[in-house]
Unconditional design. Structure first.
Length: 236
């Protein structure tokens, strides 16, 4: 899988030690990771996660207003993505608790920078191995690197909302994605009341990806449930 694609994933760092945060940010940036957000408390992490929409979180266990274990549970309510604990708490009991709650890895401080990068890269490979920045549909291709639809040699840009909606559909290609899930992907934690806006965005997406938007073959409506995207590998 393209490592450069993985380096575009959004990473949330949560630790109350400012010096350590700066060090980890520096390590990640030196390796080419482009999108990093940092928080020093549970409250800050929850506030940031709503708009930043992390695709990997690196959490300390000991935080001034709570702990990393409860924070992980709260973050996972907003969306499923991998969690790595980076902490001085190296007791077996803490490790078992972290893994038992669904953590993907557990690294004890002090750590080697290369080890951290290897662990993060391994998690991203496992989690996002089915993704590809170029997705082929029946009548076009979606270039997620450039946020564009490519059809007959012409490139049409995607808006931010169209990008998020198509991303959620592509991650679940061939499967039904509910209206609520798509609204949450585009508008965040409080997606209620956006159904009409979603329909308008779906209509504009079809105009960009379908040869005949009135008779879609790639972005299918599943009445009463949601929508389904048929990619090239799902075409029978």
């Amino acid at each position: 899988m393209d490592l450069e694609y993985l380096k575009k994933k959004r990473i949330l760092l949560v630790d109350d030690e400012q010096e350590l945060l700066e060090m980890v940010i520096s390590i990640l940036k030196e390796e080419g990771f482009l999108h990093i957000a940092a928080a020093r408390t549970v409250r800050e992490a929850l506030e940031i996660s709503g708009s930043f929409r992390p695709e990997l979180a690196v959490l300390d266990v000991m935080l001034p207003d709570g702990d990393g274990f409860s924070l992980m549970e709260q973050l996972k309510r907003g969306g499923e993505y991998p969690i790595l604990f980076l902490t001085a708490r190296g007791e077996d009991e803490d490790k078992f608790r972290g893994f038992g709650l669904g953590a993907d890895d557990y690294v004890v401080k002090p750590f080697l920078p290369k080890e951290l990068i290897f662990r993060i890269t391994a998690i991203l490979r496992r989690t996002y191995q089915g993704e590809n920045p170029l997705v082929r549909l029946r009548d076009c291709e979606i270039d997620f690197d450039r946020a564009e639809v490519v059809r007959d040699g012409e490139r049409t840009p995607l808006t931010a909302k169209e990008y998020e909606i198509l991303g959620a559909l592509c991650r679940n290609a061939g499967r039904i994605v509910t209206i609520d899930s798509l609204c949450e992907a585009a508008w965040g934690e409080n997606p209620f009341g956006y159904e009409n806006s979603l329909m308008a965005h779906i209509r504009r997406i079809r105009e960009k990806i379908e040869a005949d938007p009135s008779h879609p073959l790639s972005l299918i409506t599943v009445k009463g449930l949601g929508y389904k995207l048929i990619t090239e590998r799902n075409i029978v």
